[in-house]
Design a protein around this ligand. Structure first.
Ligand SMILES: Nc1ncnc2c1ncn2[C@@H]1O[C@H](COP(=O)(O)OP(=O)(O)OP(=O)(O)O)[C@@H](O)[C@H]1O
Ligand SMILES: [Mg+2]
Length: 255
């Protein structure tokens, strides 16, 4: 673990859900503790249902934990923490959700500007900043388009632009490439790497594919049935292998 003060420190986090027919409750997170350093990329892996999305939802303060504490820098979040403080901490993080979660009745530009609107940033300032972010993700030309007209890769770029527009200290990403083909997925990962160079932030990245984890992460938390099975640094890889479509055929093939 790096020696800098952590941006996030999680202690003994527990979360259960009502589960009719399963003895009443299921434990989605069991006594999870870890720290994340500034600019660190922490991977979260585990089988479907292991608790990965729940962990991101609890860390991003969208869902309360049953017990345990969360520290964001010097701010400690507990049950009794006033909602104003919780909101203030929420403003320092952003999430790229499983699925793109864009608003389909708003233009791309309005989607990206939305977090600034919610923070009551003046219209000209938020539009300028949103355009700047769209340029950063390579989608300047799509500012006035509507999300329905975008490909999955483009929609994910918009979701990333929207997440970055507030310059978060921590970016939560829930399987950001799982709905995309490998090549487009790699472009999204490269965009996230570029984002981290331009906007220093920690990332907590849920991923199903180990090649994504190796390409992106410094350390990895393995969740199993809601519990931390293992956590530690990994040997990451500067390579991200994408099999070209042409490799499917042994010989050149004309239509
Ligand atoms: N709102 C909810 N109400 C009841 N149970 C829930 C709720 N959200 C999650 N769960 C349960 O908690 C467990 C963990 O779910 P979670 O969505 O965190 O898994 P996951 O690791 O993200 O899975 P996946 O890889 O499929 O996205 C599952 O058993 C799930 O059914
Ligand atoms: Mg999930």
């Amino acid at each position: 673990m790096p020696k800098e003060n952590p941006v996030i420190e999680v202690e003994n986090l527990c979360k259960t859900f009502h589960a009719p027919g399963k003895g009443g409750r299921i434990a989605a997170l069991r006594d999870i503790s870890f720290r994340v350093a500034p600019r660190e990329v922490l991977g979260v892996v585990g089988k479907s249902g292991a608790g990965k999305t729940t962990l991101l939802r609890v860390l991003s303060l969208q869902t309360p934990a049953d017990s345990g504490t969360l520290n964001f820098g010097a701010t400690r979040i507990e049950d009794s923490t006033p909602s104003g403080v919780v909101r203030e901490v929420m403003r320092r993080t952003s999430t790229v959700f499983q699925g793109f979660s864009l608003l389909y009745n708003r233009s791309v530009l309005e989607n990206v500007a939305l977090p600034l609107k919610l923070r009551k940033v003046a219209r000209t300032e938020r539009t300028d900043k949103a355009r700047e972010m769209l340029e950063f993700v390579g989608l300047k030309a799509k500012a006035e388009a509507y999300p329905i007209t975008l490909s999955g890769g483009e929609a994910q770029r918009v979701a990333i632009a929207r997440a970055l527009v507030t310059e978060p200290e921590v970016l939560f990403l829930d399987e950001p490439t799982s709905a995309l083909d490998a090549e487009t997925g790699r472009e999204i990962l490269d965009l996230l790497k570029k984002a981290q160079r331009s906007y220093p932030m920690a990332m907590i990245l849920v991923a199903h594919h180990m090649d994504v984890v190796r390409y992106m992460c410094d350390r990895v938390l393995h969740l199993e049935d809601g519990a931390a099975r293992r956590m530690g640094p990994i040997r990451n890889s500067a390579q991200f292998r994408v099999d070209p479509i042409e490799a499917l055929w042994d010989t050149p093939h004309d239509v």
